[in-house]
Design a protein around this ligand. Structure first.
Ligand code: C5P
Length: 294
């Protein structure tokens, strides 16, 4: 029985295309995920009884709860069902990824829990078992198991690895309001057909840009079909996106279903002055892409 410290990186979607509605109400995606150099950490220790302790390092208060609703606990319970026994574990989660922002923090934590608990208890499970469980826990959890840069199809869980992006500075702007993922998708459902595919073609463009490795191509390629829906729910978001471009970002996009926005800077440029110009609009974080998978 081994204690383990597992990394749970945040992600952005360099491209996100919504291609239709699947039976059951989920949406079919063609998306490109990429890990960021911003992570939660999960310490996993087999113990006499199960407990989840959350160390909130960025003052999120009530937004992250240490109960059975937390995806870390759902991951543990899913593994217990799979092996048909209790797996008493002390889970200590250090939270640094803003919650409710489309950065995939909860999904990343769940993926870290699946890997950490499996290793710490030496469970005889195959990668395919974990992938199946991950897909049940949430659309982005499968990506958290492999990480790096990957194209996601289906609900986002059918993954194929891609080359890493060039090393660009990334700025995150976390507005003072979260957005609910189901609400953003159902707003997208109600959008007129002519505006709901603003990101059309972005997945193919980003894949081509990544294989060429040219930063300028990547900067021109990003797109997100959910942006129009999120901006319909929160019109301030289009203003914030414009402010990011005015502040010096070469490109600014919604992270997943929002509300966080990410800005990409020209390679080699200094993110600090850009971040300073954005202060007061929300929480501002400077990061980079994490360019290696697990
Ligand atoms: O899977 P996850 O828990 O991240 O999804 C949250 C909600 O987002 C789902 O209940 C669904 O309403 C919406 N969603 C979707 N299609 C996806 C991913 C998420 O409709 N591919």
């Amino acid at each position: 029985m081994t204690p383990l410290l597992c990394s749970a990186p945040a992600k952005v979607n360099l491209a996100l295309e919504v291609q239709g509605v699947l039976p059951g109400g989920y949406h079919e995606l063609d998306t490109v995920f990429c890990w960021l150099d911003l992570e939660d950490l999960l310490d996993v220790r087999p113990s006499a009884k199960t407990e989840l302790v959350i160390q909130d390092e960025i003052g999120q208060g009530a937004e992250v709860v240490a109960n059975e609703e937390n995806l870390v606990m759902k991951a543990l319970r899913g593994l217990e069902d799979l092996v048909d026994r209790e797996l008493p574990t002390r889970l200590h989660l250090i939270k640094r990824i803003p919650a409710g922002g489309g950065l995939g923090g909860g999904s990343a934590d769940a993926a870290a829990a699946l890997l950490g608990v499996t290793r710490a208890h030496r469970l005889p499970l195959q990668p395919a078992d974990l992938l199946k469980l991950a897909a049940r826990l949430g659309a982005d959890v499968a990506f958290g198991l492999q990480g790096g840069t990957a194209r996601g199809r289906g609900r986002g869980e059918l993954l194929s690895p891609l080359p890493s992006p060039p090393d660009l500075p990334v700025i995150l702007l976390v507005p003072p309001f979260p957005l609910s993922t189901p609400e953003v998708y159902s707003c997208w459902d109600r959008l007129p057909a002519e505006v709901r595919r603003a990101g059309r073609g972005s997945a193919e463009r980003v894949v081509a840009a990544l294989s060429k490795g040219l930063p300028q191509d990547l900067l021109r390629s990003t797109g997100n079909d959910l942006e129009v829906a999120a901006e319909a729910l929160r019109p301030e978001l289009s203003d914030l996106r414009r402010r990011m471009l005015e502040a010096g970002c070469a490109q600014a996009r919604l992270c997943g279903s929002g509300s966080t926005l990410f800005g990409l800077l020209e390679p080699g440029s200094d993110p600090e002055p850009v971040a300073t110009r954005l202060k007061g609009l929300g929480r501002v974080l400077c990061t980079r892409f994490r360019r290696s998978p697990r």
